[in-house]
Design a protein around this ligand. Structure first.
Ligand code: ZN
Length: 422
């Protein structure tokens, strides 16, 4: 089995730079899949032999979510699904963005997902997203240079700055982007010009702030890796690399990365919707019996980031389970199924890790700090298949700059390949 070394993390840095939004993450994934011989299918058209014509490989993109697969081999008794998500907490531009006061031009934004406000202050921010045009076509835009900033109040005017000050999301997080009187339409005219389209033809937009700092290795021995969107492009990139490497598997490998995980997965393209189920069913055309048999023999690995033990906040972690960066992906266990990982699932994880020859760790929350959840329990319940939740241990989850072990992205890709091939 191929090993994923430090060059995998270098490639993750390139993937993150190319993927400031879910739409870009899907486009870049599609570009990489096509370079590896995968063919894009359109959901509204007829698929070649139900999207299952041997020996082909396919993908579909819907609204910032992507599913890619290799056709179901003769030997297959089940799918091996590796799932992740493409979105990240950030700020989303409001429908009428141009605002300002006291001689400042500002951009009105909404909070998208669980943003720790402080981390976004005093950073150079770009803007990226998609424009939907009058004729329904979609144009991606990525203005990846310093454009905006959410300025912190000077400490002299804010004596409580180091005492855990709360910021008001409506009034205190509005980015500035220039001087003068705000003019209605100016921001969208600028974005349209960046995208090379006529602003009058832009009928809708999903535009997000982008943390511009370059991904980087940290430390004397460069054991650490810092970037925005480690949650969860690390898993998206791992699943992608593993699927591209997974030739000649006995079971049917599927890679999915959903948009909207950070806001609850309740959209027509997200984990709570029927997108994945519809694609899996179409691989079998009219043959429901074979589909149902295959589902019964299937398993899924839902990969996301998880909390590594923080050296300055040991009391926040379960004392008997202390995952650290560099020691491999974690299996996330929760008796209350915030993570989908019971005994069978744990065995599935360990078989995959053993096949990949990678280190791994166990994660469980403190009983008095329940932690987040992820797509695993949602997708597993929807499809009715065995699902294990795994996590890459990171610090500063949802920060504009997160931190992980430099070798761990490669271990996670190895685990995904282990799932596809063992
Ligand atoms: Zn996540």
């Amino acid at each position: 089995m191929p090993r994923f070394d430090r060059s995998h993390t270098d490639d993750l840095a390139a993937y993150i730079k190319a993927s400031p939004t879910p739409y870009h993450a899907c486009a870049e994934a599609g570009r990489r899949l096509e370079a590896a011989g995968f063919q894009r299918l359109t959901e509204t058209e007829e698929w070649p032999a139900g999207g299952n014509s041997d020996p082909d490989a396919f993908y579909v993109i819907r609204d910032g979510s992507i599913i890619a697969w290799r056709s179901v081999p003769e030997t297959a008794t089940g799918f091996r699904i590796f799932g992740a998500h493409t979105d990240t907490p950030t700020f989303k531009v409001k429908p009428r963005p141009d605002t300002g006061s006291a001689g400042w031009k500002q951009i009105a934004v909404e909070v998208y997902g669980g943003v720790p406000h402080q981390t976004w202050l005093d950073r150079d921010l770009g803007i990226a997203g998609r424009l939907v045009m009058r004729d329904g076509t979609e144009v991606l835009v990525n203005a990846d240079r310093p454009l905006l900033r959410i300025p912190r109040l000077a400490i002299h005017l804010d004596r409580g700055a180091n005492e855990g000050q709360k910021l008001n999301a409506q009034s205190q997080l509005t980015p500035i982007w220039g001087l003068g009187q705000p003019r209605d339409g100016e921001f969208l005219e600028f974005i349209a010009a960046e995208a090379g389209v006529d602003a009058a033809d832009v009928f809708g937009h999903d535009l997000f702030t982008v943390a511009l700092d370059e991904p980087a290795y940290l430390g004397k021995d460069q054991e650490l890796f810092a970037a925005w969107r480690l949650d969860n492009l690390t898993s998206t990139h791992a699943g992608l690399a593993a699927l591209i490497a997974a030739e000649d598997t006995e079971q049917a490998p599927v890679f999915v990365s959903f948009n909207y995980e950070e806001i609850g997965s309740m959209t027509y393209s997200a984990a709570q919707g029927p997108f994945l189920e519809t694609v899996l069913r179409r691989m079998f055309g009219e043959d429901y019996e074979t589909y149902a048999r295959t589902i019964a023999g299937s398993s899924m690995m839902s990969a996301d980031t998880g909390n590594a033990i923080h050296p300055n906040y040991m009391e926040k972690h379960e004392p008997g389970h202390r995952p650290i960066p560099g020691a491999g992906p974690m299996i996330k266990v929760s008796a209350n199924q915030r993570y989908a990982s019971g005994a069978e699932e744990q065995a599935l994880f360990r078989r995959s890790a053993e096949a990949a020859g990678i280190p791994w760790q166990m994660y469980v929350n403190r009983n008095d700090i329940p932690g987040g959840t992820t797509i695993g329990p949602i997708s597993g319940t929807q499809l009715g298949i065995l699902t294990v939740d795994v996590g890459l241990p990171i610090l500063s989850m949802h920060s504009a700059r997160e931190l992980c072990g430099a070798e761990d992205p490669g271990h996670l890709a190895g685990l995904a390949l282990g799932l596809f091939t063992h």
